[in-house]
Design a protein around this ligand. Sequence first.
Ligand code: SAJ
Length: 420
Amino acid sequence: MNKICVLGLGYIGLPTASILATNGFQVVGVDVDSKIVDVINKGQIHINEPGLKTVVYAAVQSGNMHAQLMPEEADTFIIAVPTPIKSDNTADLTYVTKAAESILPFLRKGNLVILESTCPPRTTADVLVPLLSQSGYRLGEEIYLAHCPERVLPGNILHEFVSNDRIIGGINEQSAEKAREIYEKVVQGNLVITDATSAEMAKLMENTFRDVNIALANEVCKIAYELNLNALEVIKLANMHPRVNLHQPGPGVGGHCLAVDPWFIVEKSSNAKLIQLSREINNTMPHFVAGLVEKMLEQIADPKVTVLGVAYKGNVDDIRESPATEVIRELVKKNIGVKIYDPYVKNYEFELSNLEEAFLASDLVLLLADHKEYKYLSAPELGLLMRNKQLFDTRNCLNHAKWKDAGFNVKVLGMNNQNN
Ligand code: SAJ
């Protein structure tokens, strides 16, 4: 079981492929994008993730990993391709089915196929089993199949890949056992064996738990504006209870996981009411934030805003489903000028500026993603470039005293009491 073909070399597939390769497996990485293939074969990377560059370089240099456009025969095939949502909030499984179809000609008796991509419950059983059966082999007996969902946190992927517990959902016991033999070589956390559908649902529930909890925090935030109180203080106090852990409000929930995965349950069950409502609540936050920004600028003619951070969260370059994009679209619609400074993001739907350009003649600094670099900004110097000194921190992450000392009027999302 030493040769592994990893399909999809993105945020999950690339770390997976390179960690397997540096642990002694022969890895063929497959991606449909020739630019990505070329970059990886040079030992470089096309995404930003701490430590990944070093591991990919080591994997390629060792001769254990290379990338190519097409799969080839291997002992194990790992599918780690995106599963986006369509405009009707149902899963688009095209990448998964395309990847599975692409390995059909290369499947041999005894092969193991692992689906790592997050997918709606029953996808492995109802979509992959019939599809892979077209190989002519009996699934579970001649070809083994398991769903082993990834659970790693972007920004901390390498550490979590190794240390997190891993769910191994086989379509039968033999399949799970085969998959366990792969992960036990690289994972230090527990390997927990279950069936494929439970594994799919457990993965979705992890992100759903977080999404619902954030919706609760965002609801408290909105209530705070109604009742003139400080939601952050309320959350802090409530969390002092030993069995309470409210999450933090923000400008919305982004990324390819929390903003997407709960819909995969809604798609499959009419009982998923709280899950759907939570998604809807979180999706209202960009609009809510844009409304507060408009209010802070209402006395100013031809207002301009400096946006800090368009990634979906701090310290990552990923802009997928980022709430910042929705906020900016609304501001633009309201004829508010927007300049963006994000040291992580290189390509974006709106123009990106350098630090100085972003602050020049601005009326408000709007922080939307809590990149660590922003903590070191010089409020007095940047304030000199601005027309009006206002700060709206939607992530409660800056040193507010420092900005106040530099003459800024500071607002923090959720802190709607007289002291703020
Ligand atoms: N957010 C809040 N308030 C909070 C926490 C997060 O508004 O209190 C926002 C973030 O700003 C961001 C979004 O939620 O926009 C999601 O960020 P995140 O850090 O919660 O999660 P992701 O999407 O980066 O990664 C999640 C992780 N899941 C869980 O923690 C349960 C990760 O372990 C998964 O592997 C990943 O989804 C995935 O790929 O499914």
